[in-house]
Design a protein around this ligand. Structure first.
Ligand code: NAD
Ligand code: ZN
Length: 264
C-alpha cells in the first residue's frame, strides 16, 4: 500500500490543480454513519419516510414519536461530531496551496470546521436555513441551529408547532427549512462543481460510493479531460476502473500519511 500512497503524494505534489470530492465516508470516523454501508442510516429508517419532504411531512402527521426519535438521535450524533484526521489533512492541503476546493455531498459542516475555506456543498448544509417562499438564506452557528432543532423536537411535535418554532425569513417573514437537499430535490452548486472537475489535474475521491447522481459524475469529468483520479475507500470503492491510484483504507488513516509523504 505504501507504493500507492507514494504515487498519490507524487501526483498531488506535481499537480497545479487538485480538488477533493467527498462523501459520507469521510465523516464515518467522526461518528456519523454513512447511508448505504451495513449499519448505515438507510438500514435503520427508510428513505421514503425520512428522506423526502413528502415522507417527512407524512411521518410527522402519522408517526411523530418515530420522527422525534430519529431526529433526536441524528442531532446527538451531529452535536458530538468533530473533524477527524481526514478532514484535518484536507484543510492542511489547502493551506499548503495544494488543494483548490472541496466538493462534498455531506451536510455536516465538518470540512469548514477543519479549516477548509473553499467548500462546495452539493447537498446543502444542516446549519443553514432557506425560506420556503423566497428562497433567502440564513446561516446559523452550529450551536444556534442545534438549539433551534432541539426546541422543535421538544414538546408537541405537530405541523403548527414546527411552523411556529422554525426560523422566519428576514426578507418576507415566511417559514424557513433546513437548506439540505432531500431525495427528488435539485443538487446545489452543480455547474460550479462540474467546472472545477473539468479543470482538475487531480481529483481526490474520499468516502463516496459514487452511486448518487449527478454528483457521481465529478471524477468521470476529470478523467475525461485527461486528469487523474485518486480514490481512498476501505469497503466499496466506486471508481476502481477509473482511478489512477486506488487505496483501500480509511480517509482518516490514509490522508495524514499522504501529507507526510508530500512533505518529505
Ligand atoms: P454512501 O453512504 O453511499 O457511501 C459511503 C462510502 O464511504 C462507501 O463507499 C464506504 O465504503 C466509504 N467509507 C466508509 N467509511 C469510510 C472511511 N472511514 N473512510 C473513507 N471511506 C469510507 O455515501 P455517499 O456516497 O456520500 O452518498 C450518500 C448521500 O448521503 C450523500 O448524498 C450525502 O448527502 C448523504 N450523507 C451525508 C452524511 C454527512 O453529512 N456526514 C452522512 C450520511 C449521508
Ligand atoms: Zn422569504
Amino acid at each position: 500500500m505504501i507504493e500507492e500512497i507514494r504515487k498519490a503524494a507524487e501526483l498531488i505534489k506535481g499537480a497545479k490543480y487538485t480538488i477533493a470530492f467527498t462523501g459520507a465516508g469521510v465523516s464515518q470516523e467522526s461518528g456519523i454513519p454513512t447511508f448505504r454501508d451495513p449499519g448505515g442510516i438507510w438500514d435503520i429508517v427508510s428513505p421514503e419516510e425520512f428522506g423526502t419532504a413528502q415522507g417527512l411531512i407524512s411521518t410527522l402527521l402519522n408517526k411523530p414519536d418515530k420522527l422525534r426519535e430519529f431526529l433526536k438521535n441524528s442531532l446527538d450524533t451531529m452535536r458530538k461530531a468533530k473533524p477527524n484526521p481526514g478532514h484535518v489533512a484536507l484543510a492542511e492541503l489547502e493551506r499548503m496551496g495544494l488543494l483548490k476546493a472541496v466538493i462534498t455531498q455531506n451536510i455536516d459542516n465538518l470540512h469548514q470546521e477543519a479549516g477548509n475555506q473553499n467548500v462546495y456543498e452539493l447537498h446543502g448544509n444542516l446549519y443553514r436555513f432557506r425560506c420556503t417562499q423566497c428562497r433567502d438564506i440564513r446561516k446559523f452557528e452550529k450551536n444556534e441551529a442545534l438549539s433551534i432543532f432541539d426546541n422543535i423536537i421538544e414538546g408537541e411535535l405537530d405541523i403548527s408547532s414546527v411552523m411556529e418554532k422554525a426560523p422566519k425569513c428576514l426578507s418576507c417573514g415566511s417559514v424557513m427549512r433546513p437548506d439540505v437537499v432531500l431525495f427528488g430535490e435539485p443538487v446545489q452548486q452543480l455547474q460550479e462543481s462540474f467546472a472545477l472537475a473539468a479543470q482538475a489535474e487531480v481529483t481526490l475521491v474520499l468516502g463516496t460510493s459514487g452511486t448518487v447522481y449527478p454528483a457521481a459524475l465529478i471524477p468521470r469529468i476529470t478523467r475525461e479531460r485527461g486528469g487523474w483520479v485518486i480514490e481512498i475507500n476501505p469497503y466499496s470503492p466506486g471508481y476502481t476502473e477509473l482511478a489512477t491510484v486506488s487505496i483501500q483504507g480509511k480517509s482518516g488513516e490514509i490522508m495524514p500519511v499522504i501529507i507526510e509523504e508530500i512533505k518529505k
